[in-house]
Design a protein around this ligand. Structure first.
Ligand code: CA
Length: 349
């Protein structure tokens, strides 16, 4: 349960990220001759008879041109999952860095990252060359998201998104947009919509992309004609690199550094608070206030305080690429875990 709550805490932020992403236009409609035959054998739930679901079908048909009967058949087999609503309503556990870090910085996860790096070295190096994004950071993101594909989630994506669209009013607008995007993906791939698996919040595949992120940022990195983030780690590698590149990743840019803060009250006004924003502080200014580091740069930084235990803090500066990682998940602790895991993988690979 701890893992679940942690995931929730970070995923809330991921959703916001996906919300503000800039999805590309829906792909060209596929020939739908076979689509009705691709539904799996599933009990009828008759969900489409609900007026809100019928409205959604109408709206989706008008917005995307997807065959209405296909939409109706799909929704009529989609299942509301009360346990997903329960999980969303469970308060997220308040967690400091001292508890967050050991969840991700484990021997298994570091070793898994080194193995993943060697297994997919060619794709990772190609992604680094094409997109300029660090191969170790790509690996670490996939490691934090799904333990390198081991935990991709086992909910039918359409059930998860239907549940959250129609039984979770607080985020209904967000999730019904994701459901619509997902239906476009399944329809265009001419695949059984119930064959796609993901987390209970609808995040999909190795990199846990929400459908809107898939639409905007997924790439076919092995050139087989399919953007398969569910089962193809090579496509996942290219897609994570593309996601970070499109959010402004700087080739060979700095990431993070731990610093000493000798005068906490003097430095405190510069601690990052509230929503994460691009770095804007001059390091020389911080040094005058007692922030100690051997780094010399004119690149702007963000000064961050992380609580290890009550009264015991670590201080880090984040550079622009650290900020870019927070576009994947708007949490400084997430980005710090990814950065440290990436460094650990880099050291051992
Ligand atoms: Ca592919």
């Amino acid at each position: 349960m701890k893992r679940l709550n942690l995931w929730l805490a970070s995923s809330t932020i991921l959703f916001i990220s996906a919300c503000t992403s800039n999805p590309t236009a829906p792909q060209q409609k596929a020939n739908n001759n076979n689509n009705q035959a691709t539904h799996s054998v599933r009990a009828e739930t008759n969900l489409a008879q609900r007026s809100d679901v019928a409205n959604f079908i109408e709206k989706t048909h008008n917005a995307t041109g997807i065959n209405k009967q296909w939409l109706t058949d799909t929704m009529n087999k989609s299942s509301i999952k009360p346990s997903i609503v329960d999980a969303m309503n469970r308060p997220a556990e308040k967690m400091n860095w001292g508890r967050y870090r050991p969840i991700f910085m484990t021997e298994n996860r570091i070793k898994g990252g080194v193995d993943f790096y060697h297994q997919h070295k060619a794709a990772l190096q190609r992604a680094e060359a094409e997109y300029g994004v660090s191969a170790a950071v790509i690996t670490a993101i996939i490691g934090v998201e799904t333990s390198y594909g081991a935990n991709r989630g086992n909910w039918a994506v359409v059930d998860a998104l239907s549940t959250l669209s129609f039984e979770y009013p607080r985020r209904a607008d967000f999730f019904s947009n994701e459901l619509q995007k997902f239906l476009v993906i399944a329809y265009n791939m001419n695949r059984d919509p119930f064959s796609f698996r993901g987390s209970y919040a609808g995040a999909m595949g190795y990199p846990q992309f929400m459908p809107s992120s898939y639409t905007a940022y997924a790439v076919d990195f092995d050139g087989d004609g399919i953007k398969d983030l569910w089962n193809n780690p090579v496509d996942a590698i290219g897609s994570v690199a593309n996601y970070l590149a499109k959010h402004g990743w700087k080739r060979n840019g700095e990431l993070i550094a731990q610093v000493n803060v000798t005068n906490v009250s003097a430095a405190s006004p510069y601690f990052q608070r509230g929503p994460v924003r691009p770095p804007k502080t001059n390091l020389a200014t911080l040094k005058q206030l007692g922030v100690q580091t051997s780094i010399n740069t004119t690149n702007p930084v963000t000064l961050m305080q992380f609580e290890v235990s009550p009264g015991n803090n670590e201080y880090w500066i984040g550079f622009y690429n650290f900020y870019v990682i927070t576009r994947y998940n708007h949490s400084n602790m997430y980005a710090l875990a990814v950065s440290q895991l990436a460094n650990a993988i880099n050291e051992r690979k």
